[in-house]
Design a protein around this ligand. Structure first.
Ligand code: BGC
Length: 413
């Protein structure tokens, strides 16, 4: 009898031991700001409540450039994480290399095909198979304005380029930094998304989606760069290298008037207990109303040892759960990755994000963000970053930037 108990106890310990080892996910991501960490916590806790432990691999750097470099090293060393936060074309590149797992079973059991928009599925599937679980939809053509500063300027939200410039001048005369900018290539590129879109849907599409040389080299592109030059005059002297969340803090604290940034910025405002409409205003970049440049964070699931697969699939399933989608995206500042999640828990900016996405999709005005990897593969994206940053920092005239854009994109295609 004693022997029986001992054997059983040993067997139980072993099973428990194996289960614990397997019920773990190692997750590589770049969600390191206050708002991002709060959102990530929703996911961690959700998984922990299902008995899945979390090994964290944060790599700071918006847009994920640094995270992608670390990932490459990990995979080359034969040590891929379970799941990796990833954007658009990067996912397809890894799929092409055969590095990703297969989520078809869970996707078909849970009917993902019907509730995840096609614009996202384009990056969640490769060769007809699910390889990634989309967690949200962000968009880049937003303005985040300090409400008190806007009120002092008359309270009217700018709807044209001229009105935007008038508002920035007003902020200057209020003695605050008009634009809270973070001088990092991906942030310059995020602003460029909005500026190019403000010159027309067709212009954005031909330039960044079709990579049409005539459009990239056009007078209109010169105008886009001229607008960047003008906006550059409203940033403070210390903007170079500043992290995006520190730029958000400048608007939150009333030290700056506006930040041009994707709606992950809202995560910072919420974390600081700021209320939309009361403390800050969210609006689309003037001239882009009704159109959306989107990016979706997805968790690309890597091929891992067999005993790690059940936890990986559970993580994918947890991410697509509608209740989780609401809880997570309310904190993250994004819209849900599924079309059937009620908007009730979202604040006014979140409700607007959800409605804008649906309308833009319906009206053919939804475009992948160049800055956040949803318009082109990394090589082209990085070539554009380089030109945009050099021009924004005064190293290239608008004329030269246009020429360089054409040749850099051509070489990277
Ligand atoms: C991601 C966001 C993230 C932002 C800043 C974007 O590329 O999609 O989730 O918050 O970078 O880190």
């Amino acid at each position: 009898m004693r022997k029986f108990w001992m054997t059983t106890a040993l067997a139980l310990t072993m099973t428990a031991g194996i289960a614990t080892a397997a019920e773990n996910v190692e997750v590589l991501h770049w969600w390191t700001s206050g708002g991002e960490a709060a959102a990530l916590d929703v996911l961690k806790k959700d998984l922990e409540s299902k008995g899945i432990s979390w090994t964290d691999m944060p790599v700071a750097g918006g847009g994920g450039t640094e995270a992608m470099t670390v990932l490459r090293a990990r995979v080359t060393a034969g040590n891929a994480p379970t799941a990796v936060q990833m954007l658009g074309f990067d996912i397809l590149d890894w799929a092409k290399e055969g590095a990703l797992g297969n989520l078809d079973d869970v996707a078909s059991k849970e009917g993902w095909d019907k509730v995840i928009p096609q614009a996202l599925q384009k990056f969640s599937k490769y060769d007809g198979h699910w390889i990634a679980a989309p967690v949200n939809v962000h968009s880049t053509n937003w303005l985040w304005i300090n409400k008190a500063a806007l009120d002092k300027a008359g309270g009217k939200e700018p709807t044209s380029w001229e009105e935007l410039i008038a508002l920035l001048d007003n902020f200057k005369s209020q003695g605050i930094t008009p634009i809270a900018a973070g001088g990092q290539p991906w942030q310059d590129a995020t602003l460029f998304d909005a500026v190019v879109l403000s010159l027309g849907d067709d212009f954005y599409k031909k330039a960044f989606i079709d990579l049409d040389s005539a459009t990239l080299g056009s007078d209109k592109m010169k105008e886009a760069f001229d607008r960047m030059t003008k906006l550059r005059t409203y940033v403070d002297d210390n903007f170079s290298g500043r992290d995006w969340n520190l730029a958000s803090a400048m608007v939150i604290e009333g030290k700056a008037g506006v930040q041009f940034m994707g709606d992950w910025a809202k995560g910072e405002f919420i974390k600081a207990k700021k209320v939309p409409g009361q403390d800050f205003v969210c609006m689309r970049f003037p001239g882009t109303q009704g159109a959306v440049t989107f990016n979706s964070d997805q968790f690309a699931m890597f091929k891992v040892a067999e005993d790690k697969v059940p936890a990986q699939l559970q993580m994918a399933s947890a991410i697509e759960n509608p209740t989780f989608q609401s809880a997570f995206n309310v904190v993250k500042g994004s819209a849900p990755a599924r079309t059937d999640v009620p908007n009730t828990a979202f604040d006014d900016c979140g409700k607007k994000a959800i409605a804008d996405l649906a309308d833009a999709d319906k009206n053919g005005r939804l475009f992948g963000s160049m800055a956040h990897g949803h318009a082109n593969p990394a090589a082209v994206k990085n070539a554009i970053y380089d030109v945009v940053t050099r021009q924004f920092n005064g190293q290239l005239s608008s004329e030269d930037a246009v020429k360089e854009l054409v040749s850099a994109v051509e070489a990277a295609k």
